[in-house]
Unconditional design. Structure first.
Length: 155
């Protein structure tokens, strides 16, 4: 299921809902937000476009910044050159070592790249190649520390 952000009116409607969530994050004391599924247009069978994603993220960024929160781009290396247009402050990159994408994120975000790896070998390689980045190793299901299968490490 995808959320339809194919028109400015639909983008504004979604941004109004998400904007309330962002305000709640500010009230709860968070410093930043990360909006997932920026890359939904890739899975939309051409129903959504990169322009739709960028325009929607821009609205989310305006809401975050209005509440003094930083906002992350999540994945989507093809949108990195549109960082300024989106208004994002940093990136959360899943498996950028595994897919050799870390340098693509660093092109526009510099060291403002938070990396999540799900395989030990990618985590180890990333820590060696990018000691200036915040890199964590997590279990793919993101289970709680008290649950079986929990994995967490950082470098």
């Amino acid at each position: 299921m995808l959320i339809d952000v194919s028109t400015p009116a639909k983008q504004a409607a979604v941004a109004a809902i998400v904007g309330d969530w962002i305000a709640g994050c500010a009230t709860a004391g968070f410093n930043a937000v990360e909006i997932d599924n920026l890359d939904s247009y890739v899975r939309s069978m051409s129903r959504l476009t990169a322009d739709d994603a960028v325009a929607t993220m821009q609205l989310f960024a305006q809401a975050a910044h209005a509440h003094a929160l930083a906002i992350a781009q999540k994945n989507s290396t093809d949108l990195v050159p549109r960082k300024a247009e989106m208004g994002t402050d940093f990136v959360v990159a899943e498996e950028c070592n595994r897919y050799s994408e870390c340098d693509a994120y660093r092109t526009d975000y510099g060291d403002h790249v938070l990396v999540i790896e799900y395989r030990q070998q990618d985590f180890t390689a990333g820590c060696a190649a990018y000691p200036q980045l915040s890199i964590v190793l997590r279990d793919l299901n993101l289970v709680a520390p008290t649950q079986s299968g929990y994995v967490y490490d950082g470098c």
